[in-house]
Design a protein around this ligand. Structure first.
Ligand code: NAD
Ligand code: MG
Length: 404
């Protein structure tokens, strides 16, 4: 990749797992990218290190105490940087930074619904969006792509499965995320693969005794705690199913979920002529992040190619309903509309947080989501206010159910 002018990047969720991988790429390719802004929640120590490394013009922390601590530390230890770094406070600060127009691309790697408003604000600037924060799309897919079209913002997938699908589509469709016409290019269906998580082969009875420690211990990928639990319940695949439908403008019948424990194939596209295209690689997010940043080019990364002589087998199986109720609830919610997918996401976020803090059992995550979905009526939501109202209502119902 060769460019005379460095691309300016704002990284949302800079201190997380995707944030870390993105920072590695930014460091490796510092001749092509410079950091305009960094945003995160409350990890002041990590942000302090990142400011020293990247010298961003602006930083935002949603946790006000962390932001204040960061300012004090910079002033005391790095007065030069304190003078040149604009530090914004609170979730309003994160949203302001995202939409300030100072970046050519925004990497969306905040976890959960908190990433939605910052991303919509970024879209308004017409910049490229490298999208990891799938929950934002689950809540607002229609609005997200309508706004991207209106403001000329190019949305590129970072989620590894969606990056794989993207790479298996022809350039005509790659250039119109959100408005693809899959049938027109001979696509029969998208095969969305998932590892099945740590409980793929355990006795169903063992699911009664799953601890947070066991649930976040993913067999293949190393990720943040929320997405690790989502992988164990396969809610992650449900969110990805919804994400795929919006990204590739696919009908519910055009996306199939299939378990592939080795995670060597990252997803596939099946064509009408019998051909199936797949993208393969190491389970390392630097590959899809790098592609989204460098597209239509590719960038070098530290990721090694697969040594096929070391792979003994690639296996596939259908997901079971009893083991992964969240997956099936998510697919059903997607058929009903955006109000239900927003409620599903909100209920899941509340339930996963309760599970991680040992307030509910692993199986109660699915029970909570089920309860919320059966308590919410209405199938459609479009405007941000409607989406946020359903999100709040679903969170309140989920909390009441958990505290009962
Ligand atoms: P993580 O928990 O490791 O990191 C989350 C980041 O978001 C942190 O920097 C945190 O400080 C920040 N954050 C949290 N709340 C915030 C708020 N209110 N305002 C600003 N920043 C906030 O999570 P992760 O695993 O990096 O995942 C991030 C997103 O990427 C998720 O949506 C996830 O589904 C998606 N994703 C992750 C992976 C992966 O391999 N980790 C793969 C595909 C997609
Ligand atoms: Mg994924």
């Amino acid at each position: 990749m060769s460019q005379c002018k460095r691309q300016k990047v704002t990284l949302l969720g800079a201190t997380g797992s995707i944030g870390d991988a993105t920072c590695d790429l930014l460091e490796l390719h510092s001749d092509e990218f410079e950091v305009h802004g960094l945003a995160a929640g409350g990890n002041c120590d990590r942000m302090f290190e990142l400011i020293k490394k990247f010298k961003p013009a602006r930083v935002a922390m949603s946790d006000a105490m962390a932001a204040n601590k960061l300012m004090e530390r910079l002033t005391a230890q790095c007065p030069d940087l304190a003078a040149t770094t604009d530090i914004l406070v609170g979730s309003e600060g994160v949203t302001e930074l995202s939409g300030d127009g100072g970046a050519d691309m925004v990497v969306g790697a905040i976890v959960g619904a908190a990433g939605l408003k910052p991303l919509l604000n970024a879209i308004k600037t017409g910049c490229r969006i490298c999208l990891a924060n799938k929950e934002a799309l689950v809540m607002s897919g229609q609005l997200f792509f309508d706004m991207a079209a209106k403001h000329g913002s190019q949305v590129l997938p970072v989620d590894s499965e969606h990056s794989a699908i993207f790479q298996c589509l022809p350039p005509s469709e790659q250039s119109r995320m959100g408005t693809c016409d899959l049938a027109s290019v001979g696509v029969k269906e998208i095969l969305l693969t998932g590892s099945g998580g740590p409980f793929l082969n355990c006795d169903l009875a063992e699911l009664d005794n799953v601890t947070p420690e066991k649930a976040v211990n993913h067999p293949v990928w190393s990720m943040g705690p929320k997405i690790s639990v989502d992988s164990a319940t396969m809610m992650n695949k449900a969110l990805e199913y919804i994400e795929a439908r919006y990204l590739f403008n696919a009908s519910s019948d055009q996306v199939k979920v299939i378990i592939h424990p080795q995670s060597v194939i990252h997803s596939m596209v099946s064509y009408e002529d019998g051909a199936v295209l797949a993208q393969l690689g190491q389970p390392d997010m630097k590959t899809p992040i790098g592609l989204a940043m460098a597209y239509p080019n590719r960038m070098t990364t530290s990721v090694q190619s697969i040594d096929f002589t070391k792979i003994s087998q690639l296996t596939f199986k259908q997901p079971e309903k009893e083991r992964y109720p969240c997956l099936f609830m998510g697919i059903e919610a997607s058929k009903q509309g955006q109000a239900m997918t927003t409620a599903l996401n909100a209920a899941n976020e509340v339930a996963v947080a309760a599970f991680l803090s040992k307030r509910i059992s692993f199986k109660a995550i699915a029970h909570t989501v089920d309860h919320v979905l059966s308590s919410i009526s209405g199938t459609d939501a479009y405007e941000l206010e409607e989406i946020m109202a359903i999100d709040s209502k679903a969170r309140a119902i989920a909390n009441a159910f958990i505290n009962k």
